[in-house]
Design a binder for this molecule. Structure first.
Ligand SMILES: Nc1ncnc2c1ncn2[C@@H]1O[C@H](COP(=O)(O)OP(=O)(O)OP(=O)(O)O)[C@@H](O)[C@H]1O
Length: 347
């Protein structure tokens, strides 16, 4: 649905060159929810705004639903933009207009008559659960309700794509959840392709089918959200995942442990099976759980465990080897230190 080819955006600011987006290529499929995550200044907003040419890329190609947006004149671009809705962190509502008028106004430019505009706006307010607020003004609404109005407005022209610029960043966790649920619902019910940018990995975990991680204008990793969580490769991606699944063990606890400390990730069904206990029993290795959690990402289980394994060192190594073959993701965080202890005693 959206295809970016070698996209770059360079700003000239006070005699300096600032790179906003640096050679990004990306394919976003029809009907998926795609997340772009990164720290402040990574280039997320610039990338998103290039997708509807609110920001004109310096180089590269932007294809949306088969149309090369960079080749359009301003009239055709305005028309093409009708199929690309957008919502913002700050809502951008007209404060002097009622909720209904805010939504109906979006239909004015497309030449819909007054009566039909009103009917459609009422229908959209129903979709976002705000029919009873039609005659109120934005100042009378909560942040979550304002974002619902802006979603209704963005949907007015039946877009194929919805771009969300930090849409939940100004909201509390409960309200964030309800807006994410609404986005998920309109994605499924209307078949809408959604691209969202965020600095919160939790948002990605919650609703994104696929995601990309951005740093210094570049995409450093991308893939299905489940695979990214299960086997992140880039250090930045790992840091983002740690904000959601934190398996770090305090240094003090680690220093007290003498066995081999391993971090294991269990994918899908294996998260529900007793592979580990069966295997460790077979090897006569004892396991002490230091951290354990099963998360559900895109309705698939993902288990994360940190364990201290003790037993004869050779046997522990064989058991780890076997676990790697069966589970794939096993990382040794700290080697066995019982030898250090006997060495210290000998000294
Ligand atoms: N209009 C502009 N003029 C000059 N530089 C800009 C402009 N817009 C963005 N930049 C620069 O481009 C880079 C990427 O900014 P961008 O806003 O896209 O990042 P971001 O990841 O969305 O961060 P944030 O979440 O803080 O908005 C930054 O270095 C920023 O200073």
């Amino acid at each position: 649905m959206i295809s970016l080819e070698q996209l770059s955006k360079v700003y000239q600011s006070k005699g300096k060159t600032v790179i906003g987006v640096d050679d990004v290529s990306l394919d976003i499929k029809k009907g998926e929810i795609f997340g772009v995550v990164g720290y402040s200044g990574a280039g997320k907003s610039t990338l998103l705004r290039c997708m509807n040419i609110l920001e004109r890329p310096t180089e590269g190609k932007v294809m949306v639903d088969g149309i090369d947006l960079m080749t359009l004149n301003s009239r055709d671009l305005r028309k093409a933009r009708q199929s690309i809705g957008m919502i913002f962190q700050g809502f951008h509502l007209a404060m002097a207009k009622t909720v209904l008028e805010n939504v109906a106004f979006a239909l004015k430019a497309s030449g819909v008559n007054r009566q039909e505009r009103k009917r459609r706006a009422q229908e959209l307010l129903e979709l976002v659960g705000l029919s009873d607020k039609a005659d109120q003004y934005p100042a009378q609404l909560s942040g979550g309700q304002k974002q619902r109005v802006s979603i209704a407005r963005a949907l007015a022209n039946d877009p194929k794509v919805l771009l969300c610029d930090e849409a939940t960043s100004a909201l509390d966790p409960n309200t964030t959840q309800s807006i994410l649920n609404l986005l998920k619902r309109i994605n499924r019910e209307l078949g809408l392709t959604i691209v969202l940018i965020t600095h919160e990995m939790e948002v990605v975990k919650e609703i994104c089918d696929r995601c990309a991680v951005m740093e210094d204008g570049k995409i450093v990793e991308q893939g299905s959200t489940y695979e990214i969580f299960a086997a992140p490769e880039n250090e930045l991606t790992k840091r983002f995942i740690q904000t959601v699944i934190d398996f770090r063990i305090p240094d003090k606890i680690l220093s007290e442990r003498k066995g081999t400390i391993v971090h294991m990730t269990f994918k899908g069904d294996s998260a529900n099976e007793s592979i580990v206990s069966d295997l460790l029993q077979g090897y006569n290795v004892r396991a002490n759980i230091l951290h354990g959690k099963i998360d559900y990402i895109q309705d698939q289980a993902l288990g994360t465990f940190v364990m201290e394994l003790t037993g004869e060192q050779k046997v522990v190594h064989c058991a780890i080897q076997d676990l790697k073959e069966k589970l794939g993701e096993v990382e040794v965080l700290q080697d066995d230190r019982s030898a250090d202890q006997s060495l210290a005693r000998a000294e």
